[in-house]
Design a protein around this ligand. Sequence first.
Ligand code: PLP
Length: 395
Amino acid sequence: MSDINWNDYSLETQAIRAGHKRTHEDEHSMPIFTTSSYVFKSAEEASLRFTGQKPGNIYSRFTNPTVNAFQERLALMEKGERCLAFASGMAAIMAVGMGLLKTGDHIVCSRSVFGNTVIMFQNYFSKFGIETDFVDLIDAAAWEAAIKPNTRFLFLETPSNPLTEIADISLLADIAHAHDCLLIVDNCFCTPVLQRPFELGADIVIHSATKYIDGQGRCVGGAVIASDEIIEKFIYPYLRTGGATMSPFNAWVFLSGLETLAVRMKAHCDNAFELALWLEQQPSVAKVHYPGLPSHAQHELAKRQQSHFGGIVSFELVGGKEQAWKVIDATQMISITANLGDVKTTITHPATTTHGRLTPEARAIAGIKDGLVRISVGLESITDIKNDLLKGLSS
Ligand SMILES: *Cc1c(COP(=O)(O)O)cnc(C)c1O
């Protein structure tokens, strides 16, 4: 098994088999290595491992076999060179900033990224003299205009949350590279099953493994995938020192999550597509946001860039906030929670939860209307999902 070159295999196979190096116990399934440290055969071997002259485990803050297996598997699936796992998606984003940036640097970031990413750049990196400009995700000219001589990277998520707007990754990679910047893509919504940013020119891919990679809402974790050079020079030294490490148990859960990711993503997409079509026909629904619908402004781009359209659907109710809350409160099965990427369908009202801290003006710029509802479509029967929503939609 150890001499297989997993690069020759397809994603579905890598997801199930890559990364596990069978031990002398001949186990079939990946074990959890719950050990903080490792022993060396001699003082000399300890010294060689610490200086990196000899490969091998040292200490589980930065070397653990279960975590390594997860890293190898995800790197292969993303078609990236190397992956490092972190304690959470936010810890992964923090690591990219800590590794790559210094005082006086500048970031250009999509306005519609995960709320804590905005807070990280705006409230924390700014304390160390790093400035961020936020731009409209789909306005390529605005991205280019925001770049300055000290810009280090462009940062985005596509599709965006909750409006599912799609950025042209190839175009933005070209713009970034023309100005000597890196393009960083948070690929949490699509996962490598639906979209592979490296094939489109991105330099760094971020994951919150908490979402679809786990897929069943159990563990928090994250990852950074990049070239050997970027990882070795900028990210690994920070992980080793900063210590926001993924636990072996969580890595083990995420490894089994990856094994079913391809079939789950397909099923999420199929359910979401059917729900989006159905919602478009409901008289109380003013607009449905889903990249799979021909009515979606970047439908053609989504078809080119993604292999399927994703599991997130949002829609605007004619009756505004009052009706949005009514639809949410009328559900009996669907979970009212802001988490996403779970086999369980979840529903949330962005204007008063995930985007509730924004001013009304900022919410208007972001296009988050009071009547907007976001659904992370799970894997229950689509008939039951529709029936649960119909209670509030038809009242
Ligand atoms: C949840 C999320 C994050 C943060 O990940 P955590 O694992 O919760 O720290 C980052 N980006 C996106 C797109 C997310 O949905």
